[in-house]
Design a protein around this ligand. Structure first.
Ligand code: UTP
Length: 295
């Protein structure tokens, strides 16, 4: 069994769906309640046993890179003021020495191109990829579940979730050969199929465990859907040599790359917090269809 030690976090996208906010704030720094999106992905990876964290960043994302620095002046002030719970909130932002690598993708040429930047840092071992846009609440986390399943089947593994048939055209969809519990053996993925031609209703979600030879595929990859270098095309190109499987994780996934998903994630995370749930529950159960006029 190979221990999955390294994870790549592609965070170089432009986040145009969140403009104007993302004009100066990286999408991955937008908070769901009080933690930025990137923190949820880092925590999920940590829980799954990841020891090396490789962020593929881009120009203009300084706030994301600074987030993992020690805030010495802030910590001193909080200590002096006796604000221990505020200090505790900083703990998850600390990374062990040398555990964080930040690379740059010079141009936003697509997810496949972003992952390719990590080749030298991954070397010759299987690794995980997490898209922070996909926030998944699960116990254990989705990547932990996948690491366990991957120990059984190896190969390339993608996370999947069931979607309604009418929604297949919004996702990459797994072409399933056979299923064994939550693991589906696949002959690849089809990008955004219309429901009539969708090979299954298992949509591919932003968690992957990949074998290092994916980099050879990525080196030779041309532009795919949307003119971008697609990670799914590289996985598809490998199906004859390497087993490809889907893992249907247990958990709730929110597409925080879309405004709708982001707002839903905010409500769901807040409702899962004992300090926020009661009041928010009352608020959400009100008739919100017309604005309240302040007295
Ligand atoms: P998206 O397709 O959501 O693109 O990327 P985006 O640019 O982030 O957002 P929009 O569509 O303009 O609103 C999916 C994931 O791939 C990363 C993104 O950071 C996100 O995690 N990505 C995408 C890169 O790292 N580089 C790229 O060139 C493209």
């Amino acid at each position: 069994m190979t221990h999955i030690r390294k994870a790549v976090f592609p965070v170089a996208g432009m986040g145009t769906r969140f403009l104007p906010a993302t004009k100066s704030v990286p999408k991955e720094m937008l908070p769901i309640v009080d933690r930025p999106l990137i923190q949820y992905a880092i925590d999920e990876a940590r829980e799954a046993g990841i020891e090396e964290f490789i962020l593929v960043s881009a120009a203009g994302k300084g706030a994301l890179e600074d987030y993992f620095d020690t805030a010495a002046a802030l910590e001193l002030r909080l200590k002096a003021a006796g604000k221990s719970s505020a200090l505790d909130a900083l703990v998850p932002t600390r990374m062990p020495e040398g555990a964080l690598t930040i690379l740059r993708q010079a141009q936003p040429k697509g997810l496949g191109h972003a992952v390719r930047q990590a080749r030298r840092h991954i070397g010759d071992e299987p690794f995980a990829v997490l898209l922070p846009d996909d926030l998944i609440q699960g116990t254990p986390g989705a990547l932990s579940q996948m690491v366990n399943a991957h120990a059984e089947v190896g190969g390339h593994m993608v996370a999947t979730m069931d979607v309604p048939l009418k929604a297949t055209s919004a996702y990459g969809v797994l072409d399933v050969v056979s299923e064994n519990g939550r693991i589906a053996k696949a002959r690849g993925m089809v990008e955004k199929p219309r429901p009539e031609v969708a090979p299954s209703t298992q949509a591919v979600i932003g968690r992957y465990i990949l074998q290092p030879n994916i980099f050879d595929r990525l080196e030779n990859l041309g532009p795919g859907a949307g003119g971008e270098m697609q990670l799914t095309d590289a996985i598809n190109a490998d199906v004859d040599q390497i087993e490809v499987s889907g893992y249907r994780f247990v958990g709730d996934r929110y597409d925080c790359g879309s405004i709708q998903g982001f707002v839903q994630a905010t409500a769901a995370v807040a409702l899962s917090r004992p300090d926020l749930a009661d009041e928010l529950g009352v608020f959400l159960s009100r008739d919100l269809s017309y604005p309240t006029i302040a007295a």
